[in-house]
Design a protein around this ligand. Structure first.
Ligand SMILES: *Cc1c(COP(=O)(O)O)cnc(C)c1O
Length: 369
């Protein structure tokens, strides 16, 4: 059997006709930037994310940095970021001139450990950026309580967790401004670059709309020094179509994850995903851990199974962040995670047999070694 890490076959099949029809409408509309498709997707996504406003942005990284900028976070400020996130979370903080302050994750959920946040707060701290990593919601009640106590803003990085919840509240609706990405491989993915900012604050939503469009609401009158960070009109149209499938796609991801849990139950030397009390998981990724990660990855490769490491180097050890002066050992939990994690194939259309094959291959590795 040959099982790629990711396949778009089934998702594309599910919306092929509507995708081509959407392109036809887009083509004939002759309105290619910030048109009806953007307005419609913003309404659709706001409704899905149970917020008053969604503003389409060029990509997830732009959405994060614009959110921080609009909350007046900049030079000299600090933002608390998990030490095991994708580089984009930290880069957004750096782009606005602030410093990312890393806080270790919980070794079981891989999400930021609320118990460790307060020790990282200084007079310069302005915000906390919870990242709902791999699709699991962070323990948001504790994080919100800390933010409230210290007068900090919350900017969620919801790129991996469209539709996840903590105690019934959907991710992307907790912070003053929250960012998400619709990069093709995300749970809701465009056929190119796209992202959004979600917020219940109308005034902040207005500022985002201005900031993404050269700082201008009225053409050629610029209120602020803005960006060209508009969502692409065609991607917005395609995303509206795909969004209608998201709920049953999420259910399918959960089903595939439960098959993996069955196949891999009680496998020695293997750590399976764990979910914090009150949180739900939308399984953007199905991540296992083992001390023999590299050998397992090679074994699976030889059996025709694609896997990926999300992520092999934590931000504090990236060359790009040498200026922060961190060294190996500074964030041992993030480092331990980076050395032991492996993401197994999980995509819409995966069959029970495929999951069983991956499960058998993982088990055969551990029975040999
Ligand atoms: C994908 C991702 C981003 C960035 O999104 P882009 O659209 O690629 O810019 C940010 N944070 C996390 C956690 C992501 O997974």
């Amino acid at each position: 059997m040959n099982i790629p890490f990711l396949s778009f076959d089934a998702t594309n099949d599910a919306f092929r006709e509507e995708a081509f029809a959407t392109f036809g409408r887009f083509f004939e509309s002759k309105w290619y930037v910030l048109g009806e498709m953007t307005r419609q997707f913003e309404a659709d996504y706001a409704s899905f994310n149970r917020v008053k406003n969604a503003v389409g942005i060029s990509n997830g990284l732009d959405a994060l940095q614009i959110a921080l900028r609009i909350l007046d976070i900049g030079s000299g400020d600090e933002v608390i970021v998990p030490s095991n996130t994708y580089i984009a979370s930290a880069l957004a903080v750096s782009y606005v001139g602030a410093t990312p302050i890393f806080v270790e994750p919980d070794i079981h959920t891989y999400n930021i450990d609320p118990q460790k946040i307060e020790a990282a707060i200084s007079p310069q701290t302005k915000a906390i950026m919870p990242v709902h990593l791999y699709g699991q919601a962070c323990v948001m009640d504790e994080i919100m309580a800390i933010a409230k106590k210290h007068g900090l803003k919350i900017v969620e990085d919801n790129a991996q967790a469209h539709g996840a919840e903590f105690k019934g509240v959907i991710t992307g609706s907790f912070g003053q401004l929250n960012a998400t990405s619709f990069y093709p491989s995300k749970n809701l993915g465009a056929l190119g670059e796209a992202g959004a900012i979600t917020t219940n604050d109308d005034e902040l939503a207005y500022k985002v709309r201005v900031m993404r469009n050269y700082g201008s609401q009225q053409r050629y009158y610029n209120e602020v020094k803005g960006f060209n960070a508009r969502i692409d009109e065609l991607q917005a149209g395609l995303l509206s179509v795909k969004l209608k499938h998201l709920e049953h796609w999420t259910a399918e991801r959960r089903r595939i994850a439960s098959w993996y849990m069955e196949e891999l139950a009680n496998c020695p030397n293997l750590v399976l995903p764990k979910i914090a009390g009150g949180a739900t998981h939308v399984y953007h990724l199905f991540v296992i851990r083992t001390k023999s990660r590299d050998a397992l990855q090679q074994h699976l490769q030889s059996e025709g199974i694609g896997t990926v490491i999300h992520y092999p180097v934590p931000p504090h050890l990236q060359e790009a962040y040498a200026d922060l002066g961190h060294k190996k050992g500074d964030f041992p939990i993030a480092e331990e995670i980076a050395e032991t994690i492996l993401s197994l194939p999980l995509y819409i259309g995966m069959s029970r047999e495929q999951v069983a094959y991956v499960g058998r291959s993982v088990r055969s590795f551990f029975s040999q070694s």
